[in-house]
Design a protein around this ligand. Structure first.
Ligand code: GLY
Length: 398
């Protein structure tokens, strides 16, 4: 009897210690999130001051102390207003909302843009969040028009959206990044729009699932199609280390894209694909200990290769959503990996100090190394997906 009582008290003590540990871990994460958003609020006030009223911030070069900005046609033009909206969502700071509204006003005209596939990045990360967070119906027609513009790039012969226009190098290029733009289409159909947009998104996701991936679930960056028949002409890269390499941010776009498409369709093939991509990323032997990937998983000079904080931010945000659709043990793995990425990105190694980094939050991203463009710099989308990951952590796991 004594032994039994002792056993029961021991078990109760273990359960209580585990519960306490969980509470402590949650409290530590809550503190981290509060701190990061308080910082982001102030840092983005500096970025706002640095950015001309008719431009969007793009990156910053520390050596020359130069903030590079873009016009609203640049594929990243939605990320700055999107980040402001995420900061507003967490802090409810009215000045931040005002700044977001000013930037949305200059972006709005791009709802008619049809020059490439990036309408989702541009108009949904911005106006999609504005509508979701404020509930202001004024934003809805802009989102609907943007979906119609993106749909003009759909090629029924191949059942995909053409990412870039034809060039000397590519006839009908589709890049893995394109998966991200499907959210705009699926959302519009699910919110009173033409059902054909979601059908386009599903067709694109199905064809990409078939053609964009290797047997180990890493993805090619570019697949070139004959758009009238759907025949694959070649597979290669524009931003990766080699045609057969695994460009890190591209792996993130694929993971995020199939997780998001599962949200809209509940198609088990998409969930399976996302879990397999996650496995490829998490188990990759070249993943550094701090879980912030090199710019390419097969970069030639690992461990001396540049990192890509933007890839870590995209992957962290995607893993947090995937955790919502996973078994308990898978969720533990995905959320645990995402947490490590968030903690690393929030450390002095990646997160800038107040007033530095041109006003951006994160340092050490890589845009397009083979093009010698945006190497080891801050990028607007690294900040955007980092803030999204912080919010997702707060909303789903605290
Ligand atoms: N969508 C372009 C990039 O990821 O760099």
């Amino acid at each position: 009897m004594k032994k039994l009582l002792l056993g029961i008290s021991f078990m109760a003590a273990v359960v209580m210690a585990k519960a306490q540990q969980l509470t402590d871990e949650k409290k530590a994460m809550k503190d981290l999130l509060d701190k990061q958003f308080a910082f982001a609020l102030k840092q983005y006030q500096i970025l706002a001051k640095n950015t001309p009223a008719d431009r969007m911030p793009k990156t910053y070069y520390a050596k020359s102390n130069k903030l590079e900005t873009s016009d609203t046609k640049w594929w990243c033009s939605g990320f700055y207003p999107g980040s402001l909206l995420y900061i507003y969502e967490y802090t409810r700071d009215s000045g931040t909302l005002k700044e977001a509204e000013k930037r949305l006003a200059i972006l709005e005209k791009e709802k008619h843009y049809t020059g490439n596939h990036d309408l989702g990045f541009m108009m949904f990360c911005s106006f999609g969040n504005a509508y979701r967070i404020t509930g202001n119906t004024w934003y809805k027609p802009t989102i609907d028009t943007a979906a119609a513009s993106l749909a003009t790039r759909y090629r029924p012969g191949a059942k995909v959206i053409q990412s870039w226009n034809s060039s000397k190098q590519w006839k009908g290029p589709v890049i893995i990044d394109n998966m991200m733009n499907l959210e705009l289409l699926a959302w519009v159909s699910d919110h009173g729009g033409d059902p054909k947009y979601k059908e386009i998104a599903i067709n694109h996701a199905n064809v990409s699932l078939k053609n964009h991936f290797r047997p180990n679930y890493s993805s090619y960056h570019v697949v070139d199609y004959d758009m009238s028949t759907g025949t694959v002409l070649k597979r290669g890269t524009a931003q990766g280390a080699a045609d057969e390499s695994a460009w890190s941010r591209g792996q993130g776009w694929g993971l995020y894209g199939y997780t998001m498409m599962y949200r809209f369709t509940r198609d088990k093939n998409y969930l399976k694909q996302a879990k397999n991509i996650a496995k490829f990323i998490i188990n990759h032997p070249n993943m550094p200990a701090d879980q912030v990937p090199y710019w390419d998983f097969n970069a030639p000079n690992i461990p001396g290769a540049y990192r890509d904080a933007s890839a870590a931010a995209v992957i962290a945000s995607a893993l947090l959503e995937l955790g919502q659709y996973a078994t308990k043990s898978e969720r533990k793995l995905y959320v645990g990996e995402a947490k490590k990425m968030i903690v690393s990105l929030s450390s002095d190694a990646y997160r800038a100090k107040l007033g530095e980094n041109g006003g951006f939050l994160l340092m050490h991203s890589t845009g397009a190394l083979p093009l010698k463009s945006e190497v080891d710099v801050p990028l607007s989308y690294a900040d955007y997906y980092y803030l999204e990951a912080l919010l997702r952590y707060k909303n789903w796991y605290l």
